[in-house]
Design a protein around this ligand. Structure first.
Ligand SMILES: [Zn+2]
Length: 309
């Protein structure tokens, strides 16, 4: 792993250094004799790691925080590209899943991390995540005039806010088991991240994968979780959102029917609805998303192996 740490903050050797000292949320540079005189309990650094430390736009990484020994953590906060990262306790560490927006144009970007200890002290650090270049293909879509009435910014905003309200809280434990599966079998007709124009106007990057499944094809849960949304939206059509825990959600759109209700626990491969063509579509398909919080990520990555936290 390359060294992605900036100068502020903890080092990895377990030996206290000047910059490791933070008391009451402020960094204090102390001369060596002061450091030696301090009881070890005041050295409240934390060790930070990004796994992996470089990703493509639209991909995820884990922020792993190992708190100072014998210190109880109250909360860990972090942000990357302005997006907050949610942390959950895991054994002796705290971990958060972070994602880089598919539209990110930067090469490397800082991850700001702050650890709040229960004794009122805190520690903050900055680590850098590498962003590998990726070019997403462009797609031009012709939408019939019967659907273009849905291309209303106010409607889009309202639906986005409604969706986000269901992505605000997640189960604190990962509920998934093994790799995720595609909800139905079919051609991948529009891949994640495509740069889309609708009737010649910029529309945005594709937030999911479109799988060519005929109307009525069973849509299976891509992994275990709890249903947090099951209703008809104007753009997204009949929609299901599954909370997989740890701030991971999957979304199914344009379904012809919904077979679950909010609060239902679902197992991987359980049928949750049927593919269809409801909402803003040119034809039947299943639009499948995986999001970390509100950030869409490439769902196919999740089918390639289990994310172990
Ligand atoms: Zn789609």
């Amino acid at each position: 792993m390359r060294n992605n740490r900036l100068r502020i903050g903890a080092r990895n050797d377990g030996v206290p250094h000047h910059a490791d000292i933070a008391v009451n949320g402020r960094f204090s540079v102390l001369c060596l004799w002061t450091l030696i005189a301090l009881p070890m309990g005041l050295v409240i650094a934390a060790d930070l790691q990004l796994i992996p430390d470089a990703v493509e736009p639209g991909e995820r990484f884990v922020v792993r925080v190992v708190p100072a020994a014998n210190r109880d953590v109250a909360e860990v906060r972090a942000s990357v590209l302005g997006n907050p990262v949610k942390f959950y306790p895991r054994a002796h560490t705290w971990k958060g899943l972070a994602a880089i927006n598919a539209g990110a144009q930067v090469k490397d970007t800082p991850v700001y991390v702050k650890v709040f200890y229960k004794d009122g002290t805190s520690f903050q650090d900055i680590v850098t995540v590498g962003i590998r270049p990726k070019r997403f293909p462009t797609q031009n879509i012709r939408m019939s005039s019967s659907k273009t009435g849905l291309m209303d910014p106010g409607l889009l905003r309202q639906e986005r806010e409604q969706l986000y309200s269901h992505l605000a809280n997640s189960q604190p434990e990962p509920l998934w088991n093994g790799a995720f599966i595609a909800p139905c079998t079919g051609r991948n007709v529009s891949s994640f991240g495509r740069r889309r124009y609708v009737n010649g106007a910029w529309w945005g990057q594709h937030s999911g994968a479109d799988i060519a499944c005929a109307t009525g094809t069973p849509a299976k849960a891509d992994n275990a979780g709890i249903i947090v949304l099951a209703e008809t939206l104007q753009m997204r059509g009949n929609t299901i959102v599954i909370d997989h825990g740890f701030n991971v959600f999957s979304l199914y759109n344009h379904l012809s029917s919904i077979h679950v209700e909010i609060g239902d626990s679902v197992q991987k491969e359980e049928v949750v609805g049927k593919a269809g063509a409801t909402g803003f579509v040119t034809g039947p398909h299943l639009h499948w998303e995986i999001r970390i919080g509100t950030i869409p990520v490439n769902p196919w990555t999740w089918t390639q192996g289990e994310l172990v936290l």
